[in-house]
Design a protein around this ligand. Sequence first.
Ligand code: ADP
Ligand code: MG
Ligand code: MG
Length: 192
Amino acid sequence: KGEADPFVRQVIDAACERLLRARTELDAADQHVGDGDLGSALARGARAWLDDPAEGDAASLLQELSARCRRAIGGTSGPLYGMLLLRAAQALADGASWGDALRAGVTGVRELGGAQPGDGTMVDALEPAADAADSGIDAVVTAAREGAARTSDAVATKGRASYLGERAKGYEDPGATAVVMWLEAVREAMSQ
Ligand code: ADP
Ligand code: MG
Ligand code: MG
């Protein structure tokens, strides 16, 4: 295990604080295409971290965050975020770059959830973000934003929005919106 990484810890804190603030907005967004609980679910994960943030190196921080998210978020997003963070933690522990860690996490999400880019899920924000990772955090945020925006034109084929078919059109997928929000918070925390 490496030394404690207070910088990564602060970046995680910032992402969690952003999701806490977004609770009402994301619940409302999930009401259009799902069951209206995404904001509350992600806020439970954020709380599970912020109430007692862990210390440690980057890999152990993400591993701990993964375990807490899996337990606290539940629903569909809990296992998916658990997997995203666990695979990223494992990659970092093996010496991977942040970009490769993000790519490993997204691959885990795709394996677990079976969603491809274009299916109208958080993968539509995550996958382009991971593809842009080598170009820096600004490119990551832009790619995620564009990917999330595309979910409002597409008919979702995974998750609850798929039950609505054409009726979910015009609404951005809330899971993709949430990814953009926490990536923006990561960028802001990195610039401080
Ligand atoms: P639910 O309330 O339906 O259990 P959540 O509210 O926790 O789900 O999460 C909804 C979000 O999860 C969606 O907006 C979408 O981004 C994402 N999602 C749903 N199904 C999948 C999937 N198979 N793969 C990846 N992401 C998915
Ligand atoms: Mg929901
Ligand atoms: Mg639900």
